[in-house]
Design a protein around this ligand. Structure first.
Ligand SMILES: [Zn+2]
Length: 323
């Protein structure tokens, strides 16, 4: 989803949160950055986004959704994860029974200190923000809203196969995030609510990083409000990783909006969780202009944005040697 609870109250703080124009000199050329220990491939992440879009919209209870879930699970297995499929029937705001599946890939499963990385893999059934009213009942292609975060996490899974992390890493590709109603805050993030409700002491992560809409052209990622309020030290550590990797312009030290997203049920379950999500003050919604429109397709995906987010997260997992 992503609706701002507190837009008016934080609006004054948001003014500075914007990236430089896409296509300018690469962020990584900034002076004083540290060479990565493990290199993230934006081309690989992009190809994982392409593959997801080839299934068509990933709307629960559709054939494209079923086929995509099988492929996502097989990719995590192929990259050496211990995979759990968490299947559930979840009731949507309109009464629809959603056949949902959270796909969990675990690395270093014996470790008790576990970092959870998550992104939603379902796509919204209705492009209700499309500028053309005739298209608002069509499904969203979900290149940025869904596939971008999953693409980054699949590339990180590929890296985890050959690089052993110090901590346990859980990759959660979560379902049924985007089937919500704008007048019902609890109708979003149904898959993460189910995941949080079914945690045990044995599989409970220490902290969590959510990726959502991390592929937009020239995107900037501000400090999302709930992340700042409930997980400030985790947010600081990720922002330090971004700066060290040369991406401080993509991760400005500015407060963003308050977003109802998959991190909220985790915070409610007592897990420090942050949301890395584009904030775009130039658009009317605060999101990328393609958000919940039929234009959310591959043309809106920027490899440099994927690289900024993916390398930041990779450095967070595998800190460079000089640290
Ligand atoms: Zn969405």
């Amino acid at each position: 989803m992503k609706r701002f609870f507190l837009l008016l109250s934080v609006g004054a703080l948001l003014a500075g949160c914007s990236a430089k124009a896409s296509g300018s000199a690469s962020d990584s050329e900034a002076v004083g950055t540290v060479a990565p220990r493990v290199a993230f491939s934006a081309d690989s992440a992009y190809s994982y986004i392409e593959r997801q879009l080839a299934f068509g919209p990933r709307v629960p209870n559709t054939e494209g959704h079923r086929a995509a879930s099988a492929w996502l699970a097989s990719e995590l297995r192929r990259h050496g994860a211990e995979v759990e499929l968490q299947e559930a029937t979840l009731k949507a705001f309109d009464g629809t029974q959603l056949q949902a599946v959270n796909i969990i890939g675990r690395y270093n499963p014996q470790a008790t200190d576990r970092l959870l990385l998550l992104a939603h893999w379902d796509t919204r059934p209705w492009a209700d923000e499309d500028p053309d009213p005739a298209k608002r009942k069509e499904p969203v292609p979900g290149a940025n809203d869904g596939a971008s975060g999953v693409g980054v996490l699949l590339e990180i899974a590929r890296l985890l196969q050959t690089n052993q992390p110090d901590r346990g890493i859980d990759i959660l590709l979560v379902d049924a995030e985007d089937y919500g109603a704008h007048d019902d805050d609890d109708s979003w993030a149904l898959g993460t609510r189910y995941y949080a409700d079914n945690l045990t002491d044995a599989n409970r992560p220490t902290e969590a990083v959510l990726l959502d809409m991390v592929g937009g052209h020239g995107a900037a990622f501000c400090r999302e409000y709930f992340s700042q309020r409930y997980a400030p030290s985790l947010l600081d550590r990720v922002w330090v990783s971004a700066a060290r990797a040369g991406f401080s312009e993509r991760f400005p030290d500015k407060l963003g909006g308050a977003i109802n997203d998959d991190h909220v049920p985790l915070i409610q379950a007592g897990i420090p969780a942050i949301d890395i999500i584009e904030y775009n003050p130039a658009s009317g919604t605060g999101f990328n202009p393609t958000w919940h429109t039929t234009a959310d397709d591959l043309s809106g995906i920027d490899r440099e944005t994927l690289r900024a987010v993916g390398q930041t997260l990779t450095d967070f997992i595998f800190p460079p040697e000089s640290e």
